[in-house]
Each structure stands twice: as C-alpha cells, then as structure tokens.
Design a protein. Sequence first.
Length: 62
Amino acid sequence: MYPVSYNKETDVIVEGMTKREYFAIMIMQGLTVSNFPFEDVYQKARAAVLEADALIDILASE
C-alpha cells in the first residue's frame, strides 16, 4: 500500500491507497482537464482505472 504510516498514539499501522488507486486518481485528473466528452463521470472513472491497470502491467514487465 502507498503510503503507509504508523500512528504512535494508537499503535496502529495506517494503510494508504494502492498504487492502482493512486495512478487512477492521477489519470482521472488528466482526463478531467482534457475536456474529452465522456458520456458521464463513470465512463471517465472506468477509463482511468483501465489506464492505471495498463500502466501497472507495463511497469511490472520491465
């Protein structure tokens, strides 16, 4: 998970988001400012997740 932190007060490891979620967020930001005419925000979100998955696959194969 990225990022991961440790809460000393509660003695708990706080997990962050996955690389997939992080990449999808960054890609969705780019898609949002591109003004590409998506049917709705769900189509945009699906596209961001698909691109994030592709990026992860390519990075894993190198």
